[in-house]
Design a protein around this ligand. Structure first.
Ligand code: AMP
Ligand code: MG
Length: 358
């Protein structure tokens, strides 16, 4: 090689190698940003976004939180100016027009009522109210009070008009409660917003219901989600996402789920219940009996989207192990992990659940 050209060739080759390395690392560069716990929908929410750069990740987190707040503003029954509060005030007097998203949740809820033989029923409101007042008065509701509330419950009493996007109650005193599905819907909307915004991965957790997509940064293949032992609460550790819940203290997760593009929701009496005359009443009510469902301590559903996981977790809590498992086995890409109410810890799983367990 020519003495003068030799060093030039070496320099050019070295520059080429640097450029190739720069671009291959640049393409793989992923930033992960975490919103931390935010108080919304009466619980804690947490959003994690994975993107090529931190400004995209930041924008995606903001977009996700905007969606979650929008769902809360429209569908909360705690907010007087929400669409659901308007429906609950006026629904027996007139057909109430709602936004597309609220209509979608109402329609999906009715579909889940039909799918679960009425186990999932958002018209449960009057029974929820009755147990709230019973808790405040520390006196269990009478049979007459239960029968009276039940007469105002039943999804077939909810009349939806898709053309006008209106909803009407066919019985006075009805009340819709989206507590069993709205968190899941908000999670799905937040994930959609993050994907539109350019996130290549992400995780949205609202009150312990979670959906993730893509992969976390730092070269990991799955999102790891800790499942709580109902008897031993625990706290976050390492890479395992501990579902956002109120009042959790130290302990180990019962098992760890590995998820990529999937959602997980857990329902159960161990989380929220009313204590009346020394007896625990779960916040999930079987509208057929008018009393809270008692067979299962915890129901975890793994599904493709969070709306389905949320509604099905509530429904299976009412249906019990046998009927609930039979339903979940029939549904594609849906699995269940149940903990029956008994002193000795036992896990009942659907046939495909194992592949999600680490
Ligand atoms: P989750 O934590 O998703 O199981 O939702 C529980 C909440 O859903 C309760 O606090 C009630 O607001 C509401 N709920 C109670 N019973 C039912 C039911 N049978 N079907 C639908 N929603 C219900
Ligand atoms: Mg639910």
């Amino acid at each position: 090689m020519n003495r003068k050209i030799g060093p030039i060739v070496i320099i050019v080759l070295a520059l080429l190698v640097i450029e190739v390395l720069y671009f291959s690392f640049g393409a793989k560069r992923r930033v992960e940003l975490d919103s931390g716990h935010q108080l919304v929908m009466g619980t804690f929410a947490r959003v994690v976004a994975v993107a090529k750069d931190s400004s995209t990740a930041k924008k995606c987190i903001q977009a996700a939180l905007v969606e979650i707040r929008k769902v809360d503003e429209r569908m909360s029954d705690y907010k007087d100016d929400s669409e659901i509060s308007e429906l609950n005030r006026d629904g027996a007097k007139r057909a109430v027009r709602v936004s597309e998203s609220t209509y979608e949740v109402l329609q999906t809820s009715i579909e889940f009522s039909e799918l679960t033989g009425g186990a999932f029923d958002i018209t449960v409101g009057p029974l929820v109210d009755l147990f709230h007042s019973a808790e405040e008065e520390t006196v269990a509701p009478s049979k007459e009070q239960i029968a009276q509330a039940k007469s105002k419950v039943g999804y077939e009493k909810l009349k939806l008009n898709s053309q006008n996007r209106t909803v009407k109650f066919s019985v006075d005193g009805m009340r819709v409660d989206l507590g069993g599905i709205a968190k899941g819907y908000a999670i799905d909307k937040a994930v959609e917003a993050m994907q539109t915004c350019g996130a290549i991965g992400g995780m949205v957790d609202i009150g312990g219901d979670i959906r993730c997509f893509g992969a976390p940064a730092k070269g990991k293949d799955h999102w790891l989600i800790g499942l709580q032992d109902p008897n031993v609460p625990f706290e976050s550790s390492g890479d395992i996402v501990i579902p956002a819940q109120v009042g959790i203290s130290a302990g180990e997760p019962l098992l760890v789920l590995k998820l990529t593009d999937a959602a997980v929701a857990t329902s159960g009496g161990y989380r929220r219940f009313a204590l009346i005359e020394g007896k625990k009443y779960s916040h999930i009510i079987d509208t057929k009996t008018g009393y809270s469902s008692v067979q299962l301590t915890s129901v975890t559903i793994i599904s493709k989207n969070a709306t389905d996981a949320d509604a099905l977790a509530t429904a299976v809590s009412v249906m019990g192990a046998e009927k609930g498992l039979a339903l979940i086995e029939k549904l594609p890409q849906t699995e269940a992990i149940l903990i029956p109410l008994q002193p000795k810890l036992q896990l009942i799983k659907t046939s495909g659940a194992e592949k999600y367990i680490k």
